[in-house]
Design a protein around this ligand. Structure first.
Ligand code: FES
Ligand SMILES: [Fe+2]
Length: 409
């Protein structure tokens, strides 16, 4: 174990103890009030909205944390404005650019300065319009990282923290190539995030994925959750490839055409130990292959690449899935990665495998819920978010604003 880690809890039966038969398991989310209240997402974070190349001089609408935003690019810089004209409430994303550095509402030509959101001119009221400079739409901080446009959704009126402090650390300074998918999906963002870090499902739900056609998945594991810095990690202490279920039968995902399961327990990749691990990935000394941080950033470390998922809250019933596969190579090696990404990973992993997750996230309906031993991954994440968000509220010294359009207009 690396310095700074504390074992948080174990899913081991010996340590978990046994609840009395009559005691109900956790049924609701009242132990995590901030999390419970975050159906539309945690404010006070950066969220990726779309690919940088999709933000052009034509404004486009996005909803993040229940907030309607329009993104537009002018002279190379991306801007985010509240997507509602204060005149009669028409979305500015329906408008276009009439003057450099501005966006104009399509209805009566109210024209807003992009950096400040201030009303710069009203085309249909002539040059002397008295409202100019007195009315503004809200603007949002924007950054571009990983080929995407990131928008800061404020809690109150605080200054945003640097976007880099929220990215996985290894993506800030190392050279890498990447491929990815951004998809609107049904289901609350918390179900997506919980699914990403969920200890129990991958070995069962994904047993039929083509991505796993030649690699067996375990039957069950003993897993610990280990916090380190702002992340929590799933650490596998035991991996079981088959099991006899008393009175029911034997179950295994081993098949004659699949690779033999590894003998030793492993913590990079989820199907076995690799002969060589990429030096950049090895240098991170991740305690476990799956890790999660606020506000819903999942990292799955494989021997040669790392897969990330960012769960972007849209509204209570929709989220945006951002899946990115990163390879820490430079030069000619990058071609090999692109060929592998476009030829296989994009379709098998970001496609069919990930579609199984999307299906479950869309049909999950909780609370109420009755958790089981592997759900330590879910409760650890909820505890992490509860603690970090509580700290953030205290630091900002304000109650979160209700994300209603009325307030922001
Ligand atoms: S509604 Fe936007 S200009 Fe009238
Ligand atoms: Fe999954």
């Amino acid at each position: 174990m690396t310095t700074g880690e504390r074992p948080l809890a174990s899913t081991g039966r010996a340590r978990a103890g046994r609840a009395p038969a009559e005691a109900p398991g956790r049924q609701d989310w009242t132990s995590w009030p901030h999390y419970d209240g975050a159906a539309e997402g945690f404010r006070g974070y950066w969220y990726p909205a779309t690919w940088s190349s999709h933000v052009t001089d034509k404004p486009r609408p996005f909803t993040i944390c229940g907030e309607r935003i329009t993104l537009i690019r002018d002279a190379g810089t991306a801007y985010a404005l509240h997507d509602r004209c204060p005149h009669r409430g028409v979305p500015l994303s329906e408008g276009d650019q009439q003057f450099p550095g501005t966006v104009s509402c399509p209805y009566h030509g109210w024209t807003f300065d992009l950096p400040t959101g201030r009303l710069a001119a009203v085309i249909t009221d002539g040059p002397g319009c008295r409202l100019v400079g007195k009315v503004a739409v809200r603007t949002y901080a924007v950054e571009e990282r990983l080929g995407m446009v990131w928008v800061y959704i404020p809690l109150a009126d605080e200054e945003p923290h640097p976007v880099d402090s929220q990215l996985p650390e290894e993506l800030v300074d190392n050279p890498f190539v990447m491929g990815g998918r951004i998809e609107p999906r049904g289901g609350n963002w918390r179900f997506a995030c919980e699914n990403g870090f969920d200890e129990g499902h991958a070995k069962y739900l994904h047993r039929t994925a083509l991505w796993r056609l030649f690699k067996p998945m375990p039957t069950w594991n003993i897993t610990r959750i280990v916090p380190r810095d702002r992340w929590i990690y799933r650490v596998q202490d035991e991996v079981h490839w088959e099991a006899d279920f008393p009175g029911v039968g034997r179950w295994s995902n081993k098949r004659w055409w699949k690779k033999r399961p590894p003998r030793e327990t492993f913590n990079i990749g989820n199907t076995g130990k690799a002969d060589t691990v990429d030096p950049t990935i090895e240098a991170q000394e991740f305690p476990g292959f799956a890790s999660l941080s606020m506000p819903g950033v999942l990292r799955i470390a494989y021997p040669k690449f790392i897969h990330y998922e960012f769960y972007v809250p849209v509204d209570a019933d929709h989220h945006r899935y951002v899946g990115v596969m990163v390879n820490f190579t430079e030069g000619w090696e990058t071609l090999r990665f692109y060929a592998k990404y476009l030829g296989a990973i994009r379709w098998l992993f970001h496609g069919q495998f990930s579609a199984q997750d999307a299906w479950m996230v869309d049909v999950t309906d909780a609370p109420p819920e009755k958790l089981y031993r592997p759900d330590i991954s879910l409760t650890a994440w909820r505890n992490l978010s509860e603690e970090e968000y509580g700290g953030k509220l205290a630091a900002v010294g304000a109650k979160p604003q209700a994300p209603t359009d009325e307030k922001k207009a």
